[in-house]
Design a protein. Structure first.
Length: 172
């Protein structure tokens, strides 16, 4: 049996990011960018949450109307169950955090109108499993925040960690 070319297989990481982006949107977030890259690295998802409601009606000052806006720079880790790196958690090293932090700085420099927003660095843990055509057993699993099935795989947003790491990383 011949091996299929790599282009035949789905990009599991991108499909995991799709699930997280859909879940964020369903919870009131606006997706600003996907796979934003700079020379320092890439941020999987940049999302904005606007806490502006009645406050916008009460004031004409733009500084006040942005005080509840929040940007989330989201790192998505998609893994199969039993992965060697704790579901992707241990892959988010201090070096990786510094790259994300620097890339977030590039984003804010490119979009200065967002520079006064509160920012945080979130991590989403997505598990994927190949869907077997001969699935006969029942498996127990934790409740997922969101699920999807795409291209013969089942994806579960198992954990979403707001403010997973601090922005005060040493840039040295």
């Amino acid at each position: 049996m011949a091996n299929l070319p790599p282009s035949h297989y789905p990009d599991i990481g991108h499909l995991g990011e799709d699930l997280v982006a859909q879940w964020l949107q369903s919870t009131g977030w606006i997706i600003l960018h996907r796979r934003f890259s700079s020379r320092w690295g890439e941020i999987d998802i940049i999302a904005q949450y606007d806490g502006r409601t009645e406050e916008k009606l009460l004031t004409q000052h733009s500084a006040l109307s942005t005080q509840h806006s929040l940007l989330a720079f989201v790192e998505v880790k998609t893994r199969s169950s039993g992965s060697w790196d704790a579901g992707g958690r241990s892959a988010i090293t201090t070096q990786k955090q510094a790259k994300i932090w620097r890339t977030a700085g590039i984003f804010l420099a490119q979009f200065p109108e967002k520079a006064d927003y509160s920012c945080r660095f979130d991590v989403a843990i997505v598990y994927c499993q190949r869907i077997s055509k001969n699935l006969t057993g029942i498996t127990a699993s934790q409740e997922a925040l969101a699920t999807s099935s795409v291209d013969g795989y089942k994806f579960k947003l198992q954990e979403y960690i707001p403010a997973a790491f601090d922005s005060s990383i040493d840039n040295g």
